[in-house]
Design a protein around this ligand. Structure first.
Ligand SMILES: C[S@@+](CC[C@H](N)C(=O)[O-])C[C@H]1O[C@@H](n2cnc3c(N)ncnc32)[C@H](O)[C@@H]1O
Length: 381
């Protein structure tokens, strides 16, 4: 099924919401701020327009939804004050898929507007744009700045060839998994190339010449061998596999018990092998070099700067606690997991515990060495 029909992060502001469990992503956003400030200086220095259009793609909901656009607005204010230039009018758009929690986004936008109106007298107009960033979202040459954090590793769909040929994303059988590793990795890489090429060409149509695209996504580092061969869904797949085998052990014991006392028990939330094998998560973490090559082949953008960070280490060098990893994983993946497996809240709590057990620093560093790739691009043609 296409990602745009099903995907959203956990809505609202409750305990399991994305709003309350996105501090890891917030670190990536903070690391993008210097790129944003440089891009604003370069763009405004060339020619400051009277009005500017800014859009965040894949904003989600909660405090992170406004971090990047706020950084842009502040950088523009700062530039204008420093160079004694009049402030441009600004139009801010927040985009995500239609199932996103736009009610919470609307409230945050209201608070943001109120804060801006009371601290300055210039015009800021805000709006939400539900839709996929793999479709056209804006009119031609109407946008000056695009930003996007930790969203572009989401594909438009899982690779069709794997779904059709019934090759699991992560085979629970170790030998089969090793045998199919290349096929799976290549299918995901092809899907990412297709999607990211489309994304670049759509944004190039919407940006003015010289307009900027600043983004971060989960990636892998070519110089780290372990990172080269890992898959971004590994933690999730290992956790689900772990649950499946523990439930299976429980089921076997129960069956014996049933035989003895003759009671029929139904096992809600059981992960069948068929369900597990047909679960293809539409995400792919590209290698840094892979990203550069797609940008070069597509041809509309010039790369100004690339920064590579460890995906999970905070700015103080600390890894998140296993509990933080588990809560973040649940907030991001619960809707897709529930949609596929039909899990109850209780089974989702079991899933969180499985992720927490796995999220020791040794597993994260050795088995799951992902990076955060931050890039700043200019539309060059
Ligand atoms: C992990 S969240 C990141 C949210 C926020 N930018 C942050 O840094 O915390 C990824 C977001 O990308 C959105 N997304 C994924 N695919 C998308 C698409 N094709 N079009 C628009 N948004 C998409 C998801 O719905 C989700 O809200």
């Amino acid at each position: 099924m296409a990602t745009k029909q099903i995907l959203h992060m956990n809505p609202g502001q409750g305990e399991t919401s994305y709003a309350r469990n996105s501090t890891i992503q917030k670190t990536a956003q903070d690391r993008m701020k210097p790129l944003i400030e440089d891009a604003i200086k370069a763009f405004c220095g060339a020619a400051l327009p009277k009005s500017m259009v800014i859009a965040d793609l894949g904003c989600s909901s909660g405090p992170n939804a406004l971090t990047l656009v706020s950084a842009m607005v502040n950088a523009i204010h700062h530039y204008c004050m420093e160079h004694k230039q009049p402030q441009p009018e600004m139009c801010i758009f927040l985009n995500d898929l239609p199932c996103n929690d736009f009610n919470t986004v609307a409230k945050s936008l209201g608070e943001f507007k109120h804060g801006q109106d009371s601290s300055s007298h210039h015009i800021i107009v805000t709006s939400m744009v539900p839709g996929s960033f793999y479709d056209r979202l804006f009119t031609s040459t109407s946008v000056h700045f695009f930003c996007s954090s930790i969203s572009l590793h989401w594909l438009s769909e899982a690779p069709e060839e794997l779904v059709k040929s019934k090759i699991p994303m992560y085979d629970s059988d170790d030998k089969l998994r090793l045998l199919n590793h290349e096929i799976v990795a290549n299918a995901y890489a092809r899907q990412f190339r297709k999607d990211f090429t489309l994304f670049l060409s759509l944004r190039a149509q919407e940006l003015v010449l010289g307009g900027q695209l600043i983004f971060s996504l989960v990636g892998r580092c070519s110089s780290n061998h372990a990172s080269k061969s890992t898959q971004v869904w590994k933690l999730l797949a290992v956790a689900l596999n772990d649950m499946a085998s523990r439930l299976m052990a429980f089921y076997c014991k129960k069956e014996l018990h049933e035989l003895i006392i003759g009671i029929k028990v139904s096992f809600q939330g059981m992960i069948s092998k068929e369900k597990f094998d047909t679960f293809h998560i539409p995400i792919y973490a590209p290698l840094d070099k892979e990203l550069d090559s797609i940008i070069e082949d597509e041809g509309s953008f010039r790369i100004n700067k690339t920064m590579v960070y460890d995906a999970f280490h905070a700015t103080d060098g600390m890894l998140p606690s296993p509990n933080t990893m588990a809560s973040m994983t649940r907030a991001v993946f619960e809707p897709v997991i529930v949609q596929h497996f039909g899990f109850s809240g209780e089974t989702m709590a079991d899933f969180s515990s499985a992720v927490e057990r796995l999220s020791s620093s040794s597993f994260l560093e050795a088995e799951f060495p992902l990076v955060c790739l931050c890039l700043s691009l200019t539309r060059a043609r």
